[in-house]
Design a protein around this ligand. Structure first.
Ligand SMILES: Cc1cc2nc3c(=O)[nH]c(=O)nc-3n(C[C@H](O)[C@H](O)[C@H](O)COP(=O)(O)OP(=O)(O)OC[C@H]3O[C@@H](n4cnc5c(N)ncnc54)[C@H](O)[C@@H]3O)c2cc1C
Length: 289
């Protein structure tokens, strides 16, 4: 089943994300975290793709496990900057062979030490999306950035390129993490004005430790509101308290989004089933209302 068909059902959809193991030895641990997350009855589980392309085999393996053994929709991420066009074509063909229908198409970060752009690599996610469309009837998601992508100085450029990307064949968008819902509402308003009509899944990351927050800032350049910083200030050095407060903060963000008419939410709880379960428990009545 395609994720876009699930999103069009007009009910509340909560999805989760996992990252694949870097080595085959780590497979069982990731698979068992995924098994626990699947028990929460998510709309789908997405599987990230290693920045260097190195985990491509394990992305496909975990995505197949989710689909075939756990009977949950799976979304395989695919990046193109770190691989040649030919390598990317092989990955797409492999996903097709495995019966994986849903791909999140990304450019990925540009690896250091390679010539980029170059003729033998896709330059933007939009080019990758065009390629995926040639290989079969996939449901294709793509990334968007409510606070702007780090490479763009001007937010207008971001929206202009996003519109081009969506027009290249995107079925739905998932946002970069954000911690202030007003930023998301403002972004939604601007992209709808620009004529982007596909479903947008806000990406919510529960921050459960001070080190995770530091990593998130480095990765995304996101802005943390004062309310979040006070939590970190007060509880950052008490791991159990910080975890509880981070889960509560993410829950709060989700409740606000649902109260404002958002139907689809993607949670970056990564390979932490306990965090995913705590959020779902907090929402148990809310998602039924
Ligand atoms: C939901 C989500 C999931 C992610 N999953 C992964 C993952 O699994 N693995 C991973 O390595 N990374 C992942 N990332 C990170 C992502 O790969 C990086 O943010 C990357 O730098 C951009 O990828 P993109 O697909 O958004 O690129 P693009 O959409 O290609 O955009 C890249 C940059 O080029 C600009 N641009 C686009 N088109 C044009 C054009 N025609 N002319 C000029 N400029 C243009 C854009 O505005 C942007 O600044 C994810 C990000 C998000 C939000």
């Amino acid at each position: 089943m395609k994720i876009i068909d699930r999103l069009n059902e007009n009910k509340i959809n909560i999805s989760f994300e996992v990252f694949p193991p870097k080595t085959d030895e780590g497979y069982d641990k990731v698979a068992s975290a995924t098994d626990e997350i699947a028990k929460l009855n998510p709309a789908f589980i997405s599987v990230t793709y290693g920045a260097g392309g190195g985990t491509s085999k394990n992305t496909a393996r975990i995505a197949s496990h989710i689909k075939d053994d756990l009977h949950v929709l799976s979304l395989a991420h695919l990046t193109c900057a770190s691989s040649t066009k030919e390598e990317v074509r092989q990955v797409i063909e492999n996903l097709k062979r495995l019966g994986i229908e849903n791909i999140l198409a990304l450019r990925g970060d540009i690896p250091e030490g390679i010539q980029f752009p170059s003729n033998d690599r896709f330059r933007y996610a939009s080019e990758l999306i065009g390629e995926i469309r040639k290989h079969g009837d996939f449901c294709i998601g793509a990334a968007c950035y409510p606070e702007g992508h780090v490479e763009n100085e001007h937010k207008e450029d971001d929206i202009r390129y996003l519109k081009q990307k969506v027009d290249s064949g995107v079925d739905f968008l998932t946002t970069q993490m954000f911690f202030d819902n007003d930023i998301h509402y403002n972004f939604l308003y601007r992209i709808r004005e620009a004529g982007i009509t596909v479903p947008v899944l806000p990406g919510i990351m529960p921050i459960t430790s001070a080190s995770q927050m530091k990593k998130s800032v480095e990765l995304s350049g996101t802005v943390f509101p004062r309310r979040f910083l006070s939590i970190l200030d007060r509880f950052g050095s008490s791991p159990a308290a910080m975890k509880q407060a981070g889960i509560a903060y993410a829950t709060d963000q989700i409740i606000d989004l649902l109260a404002n008419g958002v139907k689809n939410i993607h949670i970056y709880s990564m390979n932490k089933p306990d965090v995913a379960a705590a959020i779902m428990s907090n929402l148990s009545e809310i998602i039924r209302a």
